[in-house]
Design a protein around this ligand. Structure first.
Ligand SMILES: [Zn+2]
Length: 420
């Protein structure tokens, strides 16, 4: 096998954006186009990693259907996926992924963003148009991010984002950078730190965000019962969890990567809702949003040890997945390493199921299983192999060079009489 082919095949297996062979990877939807071409030239296809059997539905893992394809979730989320974000033609409209059944609460606003239908270009086309990067990343133009945020908030909250877009009169900030005034975000740092957004914050908005919309408060979870305030959690693989108390009309949003999950941020957050708002677990609804799934989230042994020290059910959260790979089978010499036996990363990988881990915390906090929704879409692999391409930003799958999604929840400022 020639050197170029060896470099390319190795690079694909490492998942690097740039590798020692000086070759840029992952320019296309699947990130393996060049390697695929090379391998195809010597008569090889490539196999995707197998996923855990089943999908999530109504908060439960469901068996695979007879056809072997996982069924999509019922309700508005599935409808949005079908009609909007996957079709290049319709992708100009921002179509948030919604939790099934939550539209029945007329006072409640929420949504999980995808990467489609924005104005950013640095992270790829986002399904035929620009991509909807919602984070102030180093690479993207802040004006793009500000515009994307207004677009997304218009889709989630309507009237508030419109107010922001039409009130461009402040002399201190250019119009293009004007923030959405009602959106509150955090300087996230993988902690279990919780923030409560209260009326005194509204009297001093600079305590929440800077003039150009940057977060001021540090933390990884927040809650509020103030109408017209929207809580935004940013992710690109970590788990966003949204919770609403449909009796007291309070909402919460959490950022749960493995560290936050280990620190029980969701379980603690619901305890704080009980204290602060008198929330009863049976009045809560919860949605676990798109994030890296057990199919793609390989972790080190040390993570498993940490979880086993903290959770009696930790063993249920891990699985070992072996990459079945015709290339590796056919060319084993390509994958030899100089590491000592037992120290190479070849072989079964330990995969962590953060969806199940956070669902378990919601259950342990007392929320009935039927009121917990798991989107069940993996940010690292959803959309791969389709014409629209990767559906979400994935820090892991894109080696850190990626945008940010946002999960938003809030109480509408002007709400009709709510159903419960
Ligand atoms: Zn996956």
């Amino acid at each position: 096998m020639d050197e170029k082919l060896a470099c390319s095949a190795k690079a694909r297996h490492r998942g690097k954006t740039r590798n020692g062979c000086g070759m840029k990877q992952q320019d296309d939807a699947g990130g393996t186009g060049e390697v695929d071409d090379l391998l195809a030239s010597v008569g090889l296809g490539h196999g995707w990693r197998g996923t855990l059997a089943g999908s999530w539905q109504n908060g439960e893992r469901m068996a695979k259907t007879a056809s072997g394809r996982q069924k999509s979730l019922p309700g508005p989320a599935a409808a949005h996926r079908d009609e909007g974000t996957r079709s290049g033609k319709a992708a100009k409209r921002v179509e948030p992924v919604l939790a099934p059944g939550w539209l029945r609460y007329a006072w409640l606003r929420h949504g999980f963003s995808t990467r489609a239908a924005g104005v950013s270009s640095i992270y790829g086309s986002g399904g035929g148009n620009g991509s909807l990067n919602l984070g102030w990343t180093q690479q993207d133009d802040p004006a793009n991010v500000a515009k994307n945020r207004r677009r997304f908030m218009a889709a989630v909250a309507g009237e508030h984002a419109h107010a922001a877009a039409t009130s461009c009169s402040g002399p201190s900030v250019p119009c293009s950078l004007l923030p959405v005034p009602s959106l509150v975000t955090l300087r996230q740092f993988h902690s279990a730190m919780l923030r409560i957004v209260e009326s005194e914050h509204l009297a001093h908005p600079t305590r929440l965000q800077t003039a150009d919309g940057r977060a001021v408060l540090r933390g990884d979870g927040m809650m509020t019962d103030l109408p017209g305030v929207f809580l935004g959690i940013q992710t690109a693989d970590c788990v966003p969890v949204l919770v609403a108390d449909v009796r007291h009309r309070a909402v919460a949003a959490f950022h749960a990567g493995w560290r936050g999950t280990l620190a029980r941020i969701v379980e603690r957050g619901i305890g704080t809702m009980r204290l602060r708002y008198g929330s009863r677990p049976e009045d809560l609804v919860a949605a676990i949003g798109p994030s890296i799934g057990p199919c793609c989230y390989s972790v080190g042994e040390e993570v498993r040890f940490e979880f086993e020290s903290q959770f009696s059910y930790a063993r249920e959260l891990f699985s070992e997945i072996f990459d079945s790979d015709p290339v590796r089978d056919k060319y084993p010499l390509l994958f030899l390493t100089a590491r000592a036996p037992g120290h190479s990363n070849i072989g079964p990988q330990i995969h962590l199921d953060l969806w199940q881990a956070n669902r378990r915390q919601l259950l342990d906090a007392g929320i009935p299983a039927r009121r917990i929704t798991v989107a069940g879409e993996c940010t690292a692999c959803a959309g791969l192999g389709t014409a629209a391409g990767r559906k979400y930003f994935s820090h892991r799958a894109e080696s850190g060079f990626t945008g940010r999604m946002m999960a938003v929840i809030g109480v509408a400022a002007y709400s009709a009489r709510a159903s419960r």
